[in-house]
Design a protein around this ligand. Structure first.
Ligand code: HAM
Length: 352
């Protein structure tokens, strides 16, 4: 993480993700008193003191969702479905969904013990990083990328073989729901995720052709986090997706990024009195949710029409001095160059 002292010698840490902050907000604002689960979403910058490389930045942006307050595996499926459909809606192809269950405080200690003992027996074959992690965080050995460790990891005991009955049932229910939703998935016993708050379900969506570096979506259950932050035991699940990674993958697949919708109406005017009407009309249209560009300063009408054309706006309202006097405007359809005279007062309703 980025941690530093500010000018007042306060230790500041830039947030590396959104989940912990959302949980803090849930507690701080009494969301536990709302009907549960509470479903939330966020867009947020994140900061991680990483070695920058393709798709991995020190400042990045996440879009994330969290469902807090219920443990039902239906919610796990809902989160996966939402992130899956989101990527599909962008047109991204060839993505793979990996799921795993890393158990709960009941069953995980036993599994960690078995895992530690397994890796201790193979310690000479492990990379230096893994040897360090053996005592600190043995789960993370499972996602080591070093070729030397891979073979040992492939033979390692699997968490799903050590789940207690409630965790095993939960995982089975999730798989059933994913089947009903027709979302293809692979159980990946090496998937443990990089954050320490997870329990039970963990999942990732990765592009088929890439290494884990470009994981697009990551998520999972964190049933112990809210309690860790001072609340009562509150189950929760969520995911986050990296905006830059999505763009990277859209580019890789030559999928054009959707254009920002063009404004619908352009207002051209000539003279001060017309300008005042244009200001009024612009505000009235925007209040109705209609995107408007109003010509600025004293450009010639020709220049204003050229601007509307360049902006690809098909409806142009033209207000000149005669129109102001008559309380009218010309409404021009740029697609067929036809124009009609309409009452200024009727324009907001007409254009809506
Ligand atoms: P995460 O896997 O650390 O999970 O990050 C989620 C996504 O953020 C990644 O899949 C990736 O797309 C993007 N991302 C992460 N780090 C970087 C980076 N350095 N540069 C560019 N993109 C990055 C979380 O953050 C959890 N809070 C997700 C979650 C929500 N779990 C439960 N609820």
């Amino acid at each position: 993480m980025y941690t530093f002292d500010d000018r007042g010698s306060n230790s500041i840490t830039l947030k590396p993700e959104g989940t912990a902050s959302v949980c803090r907000a849930y507690l701080e604002h009494g969301f536990q008193n709302l009907p549960q689960p509470v479903r939330l979403y966020y867009f947020s910058p994140g900061f991680r003191y990483e070695r920058p490389q393709a798709g991995r930045f020190r400042e990045f942006h996440q879009f994330g969702c969290e469902a807090i307050g219920e443990a039902d595996a239906f919610l796990d499926a809902e989160m996966i479905d939402m992130s899956w459909q989101f990527l599909k809606s962008l047109g991204l192809k060839n993505t793979l969904l990996f799921i795993n269950s890393i158990g709960c405080p009941e069953c995980r200690p036993k599994y960690l013990e078995v895992l530690r003992s397994y890796f201790s027996n193979n310690v000479n074959e492990l990379c230096p990083d893994c040897r360090n992690r053996l005592e600190r965080n043995v789960l993370r050995l499972l996602d080591c990328k070093q070729p030397g460790c891979q073979q040992i990891v492939n033979q390692a005991p699997k968490s799903i073989d050590y789940l207690c009955l409630p965790c095993a049932d939960h995982f089975q229910a999730l798989k059933n729901y994913l089947g009903i939703l027709e979302i293809p998935f692979e159980v990946n016993q090496r998937l443990v995720r990089g954050l320490d708050y997870y329990s039970r379900t963990v999942f990732e969506i990765q592009p088929e052709e890439e290494k884990s570096q470009s994981t697009i979506v990551g998520g999972g259950r964190y049933d112990g986090l809210i309690e860790m932050l001072g609340g009562k035991a509150t189950p929760a699940i969520g995911f986050a997706t990296g905006i830059e990674r999505i763009i990277l993958n859209l580019k890789r697949q030559n999928i054009p990024v959707p254009a920002i919708p063009a404004p619908k109406v352009f207002i051209a005017c000539l003279g001060d009195a017309a300008r005042n009407e244009a200001v009024k009309l612009t505000a009235a249209l925007r209040k109705q949710g209609i995107g408007v560009i109003s010509a600025t300063s004293a450009k010639s009408l020709k220049a204003q029409m050229r601007q509307a054309n360049n902006l690809k706006i098909s409806r142009v309202v033209i207000i000149g001095e005669d129109e102001v006097k008559a309380g009218t405007a010309l409404l021009k359809d740029m697609t067929n160059s036809q124009q009609e005279t309409v009452k200024l007062a009727d324009l907001p309703g007409l254009l809506k």
